[in-house]
Design a protein around this ligand. Structure first.
Ligand code: AMP
Ligand code: GLY
Length: 425
């Protein structure tokens, strides 16, 4: 089988790495890929959102399966375009991808089908938004409706801070049209957990649980990022809670979409807050999380391609998905300054030494090869991942690999996984 992975980050490196291990796979391509991905796949210089060129490439190279990493091509309709061209592709169609592409769409679905989430209201008019805001209490959350690379959410400690965010989105158009509609949402206290599930539109099978670390600095301080690290499994998600999430969130989401005439195929990502009143949805995504993917896929025992084909062929009900009984941890090494301004082009050293460590995989996010050297080329640079029987050992190995690697102004969190370690006592 010939497989094309679309995207260029740590998630796509993990996907390409795992797909290459599938027994039926002969060749993996990645568009556009990065310096690390080129070690496991042939990278082709086509942007992840150039749908026409991707369809042409898949046709010409007789690609048997295309796997889409990021949300932008999904919300732009890449799956619809491939299906229209008779090409096999893993991911949700455009209408289903609205679940991530529009927070208002997601909220309306949750309301209609009684899926637990924070109370909220949506606005396009700044005066109405501010009037409502001042009738509420802080902390409070402001969200841009559309895609904003994980930066369109402001958890405001005061109403003044919230009002400033409302104005930046609705008046100054900080996120362009993605923020021309906003949501003002009740603040939820609790611990966050991510549950990803494979869905063929009927059957939904959850994956191993994981927890992301969204804030830039240790102890959850600083601005939100795409994710600074992750671990799997997440002990906060007990068996009972997972059953509740399946019953109250995953199943009703897929069935609710069906009732709206939308068949969801692919990976459904539920970002949840475990509150005193049970799990509530913070957000949906319609793809693997990044860096959650980096800690989930190394733990997958069943061949990933056979699961993806079962999703496409509506055969998930007859598929068993098995996991290794171990723990994985990923520490993201980022460029100094990320998620704000940062410099690129810093030479990365120590990659070979890190790669020699057993049960360690250094997934590349923002890297490029220039004159035979691997250099930084993005905000998140590497997802240094390790696995072991216990989380503490997986973390120790991941940090050992991080210490072997260096580049100018590298920044990473030192407390990945500590919540799980503390919970265990
Ligand atoms: P989202 O992209 O909607 O998941 O939001 C990004 C992050 O903001 C989440 O991972 C949470 O840490 C935080 N967040 C979002 N919504 C809420 C909420 N209603 N209450 C508390 N924190 C939130
Ligand atoms: N790690 C969060 C995301 O992929 O959206």
């Amino acid at each position: 089988m010939r497989v094309l992975v679309v995207g260029s980050g740590g998630r796509e490196h993990t996907l390409a790495w795992k797909i290459k291990q599938c027994p039926q796979v002969d060749k993996v391509y990645c568009a556009p890929g990065n310096a690390g991905i080129s070690q496991v796949a042939e990278c082709v210089p086509i942007a992840a959102d150039d749908i026409t060129a991707l369809v042409d490439f898949a046709r010409k190279e007789e690609i048997d399966l295309t796997v889409v990493g990021p949300e932008a091509p999904l919300t732009a309709g890449i799956v619809d375009a491939f299906m229209a061209a008779g090409l096999r592709i893993f991911g949700p169609q455009k209408r289903a991808a609205q679940l991530e592409g529009s927070k208002v769409f997601a909220k309306e679905l949750m309301e209609k089908y009684h899926i637990p989430t924070a109370e909220s209201k949506s606005f396009t008019d700044v005066k109405e938004a501010l009037d409502y805001l001042y009738s509420q209490q802080a902390p409070i959350v402001i969200k841009a409706d559309g895609l904003a690379a994980g930066k369109g959410v402001v958890v405001a400690a005061t109403l003044a801070e919230a009002a400033a965010a409302v104005k930046r989105m609705l008046v100054e158009a900080e996120f362009g049209s993605a923020g021309s509609r906003i949501i003002i949402e009740e603040f939820l206290a609790g611990e966050e957990v991510t549950v990803l599930a494979f869905s063929d539109g009927n059957t939904t099978i959850p994956m191993a649980s994981s927890q992301d670390h969204k804030a830039a600095y240790d102890h959850d301080q600083g601005p939100n990022t795409g994710g600074m690290g992750a671990y799997s499994p997440a002990p906060v998600l007990t068996k009972e809670l997972l059953a509740q999430v399946e019953r109250e969130v995953l199943q009703p989401t897929i069935t609710g979409l069906r009732a709206e005439g939308i068949i969801f195929k692919g990976v459904l990502y539920a970002g949840l807050m475990i509150t005193e009143k049970g799990p509530k949805v913070l957000e949906y995504n319609v793809r693997f999380g990044d860096p959650e993917c980096q800690v989930i896929l190394p733990r997958l025992k069943t061949d990933l391609c056979s699961i993806m084909l079962a999703v496409i062929n509506n055969d998930l009900a007859n598929t068993t998905i098995e996991w290794y009984d171990n723990h994985a941890a990923c520490v993201v090494m980022a460029s100094g300054g990320y998620p704000l301004a940062y410099e690129k082009g810093k030479v990365i050293s120590g990659l070979e030494e890190a790669a020699k460590l057993p049960d360690v995989s250094v997934f590349h996010a923002g890297t490029a090869e220039i004159d035979g050297q691997i250099v930084t080329a993005g905000g998140r640079v590497l997802g240094v991942t390790a696995w072991a029987d216990e989380l503490a050992a997986a973390l120790a190995k991941a940090y050992q690999a991080v210490e072997a690697i260096s580049f100018a102004a590298a920044h990473y969190r030192h407390d990945i996984g500590q919540k799980a370690i503390c919970r265990k006592g």
